[in-house]
Design a protein. Structure first.
Length: 220
C-alpha cells in the first residue's frame, strides 16, 4: 500500500485488514499498532527508496499479491505521479505483483459527451482543479504505456470525501457515473470497499470507476 496514511490509503488498509489481509503500509510517516500492518517509512518522491522498499519485501520472502497506489498531489505534480507509478509498475513486473492505482476522475469520459474527458469538462472540473485532473490523466497514460500489463486504474467519481461505510456502490468502466441523487460522489470508506473487492475478485477492465449506490441490492 503506497500512501497508506492518506485519506484513501488509510481506509483501504483498514478494509483489507478487516477482511483478513496483511498489509505492507508504505508512507512518509507510518503508524503502527496493528499486527497485520507492517509500516515502512518511504518517501514516494524518492524512486530508489520506493524501489528498495517494494523489492526488499519481495527479497525477504514477503512478496505482496498486489500493490495499491493511492498517492495524490495538490498542487498538481504530474512528474511525481507518473514517476512514482512507473517505479511501482517496474518493481511489480519483476515480482509478479498486481497493481491497482487509485487515480483521478479527470481521466474518465464525460457522461454527456463521450468524446470529452472529465478533465476538460467545466461542468465537473472547475478551472482551479484542472491541472490536478490533467495529472491524473497523465498517470493513466503512463500505465497504458508501460510494458507490464497486470494493472487496473480506478477513477473515483467527481467527489470523494470521508464519510460512512455502507458497502454499497455501483461499478462502471471509463465514463463518469452519477448516483441516484444526481451527484457524482462516493465516501472514501466505500471506495476502499471497491478497491478490496477488485483485488479479491479482479474484473477484466483496465480502467474502472465507482459511485455511491443508495439501494441495498449488492455492490455492483
Amino acid at each position: 500500500m503506497l500512501g497508506a496514511t492518506g485519506m484513501v490509503g488509510s481506509r483501504v488498509t483498514e478494509e483489507a485488514v478487516g477482511r483478513g489481509h496483511r498489509v505492507l503500509a508504505l508512507s512518509r510517516k507510518p503508524g503502527g499498532g496493528d499486527p497485520d500492518v507492517r509500516p515502512v517509512a518511504v518517501d514516494a518522491h524518492d524512486p530508489r527508496a520506493l524501489r528498495d522498499a517494494l523489492a526488499g519485501a519481495a527479497a525477504h520472502g514477503a512478496v505482496p499479491d498486489a500493490v495499491v497506489v493511492t498517492v495524490r498531489t495538490f498542487p498538481a505534480d504530474p512528474e511525481f505521479l507518473v514517476g512514482a507509478t512507473r517505479t511501482v509498475l517496474d518493481v511489480a513486473a519483476g515480482h509478479g505483483m498486481r497493481v491497482l492505482v487509485v487515480g483521478g476522475a479527470g481521466a474518465l469520459r464525460s457522461p454527456g459527451d463521450r468524446d470529452l474527458l472529465v478533465a476538460d469538462d467545466p461542468a465537473h472540473v472547475p478551472a482551479e482543479h484542472r491541472a490536478v485532473a490533467a495529472a491524473g490523466l497523465a498517470q493513466l497514460r503512463a500505465c497504458r504505456a508501460h510494458a507490464f500489463g497486470d494493472w487496473v486504474y480506478l477513477s473515483p467519481p467527481a467527489l470523494l470525501e470521508p464519510g460512512t461505510r455502507t458497502g454499497r456502490y455501483r461499478r462502471g468502466t471509463d465514463t463518469l457515473l452519477t448516483a441516484a441523487d444526481g451527484r457524482s460522489w462516493i465516501s472514501a470508506e466505500d471506495l476502499a470497499v471497491a478497491v478490496v473487492d477488485e483485488l479479491e475478485d479482479p474484473g477484466p477492465e483496465r480502467h474502472i470507476t465507482v459511485v455511491h449506490r443508495d439501494d441495498a441490492h449488492g455492490s455492483v
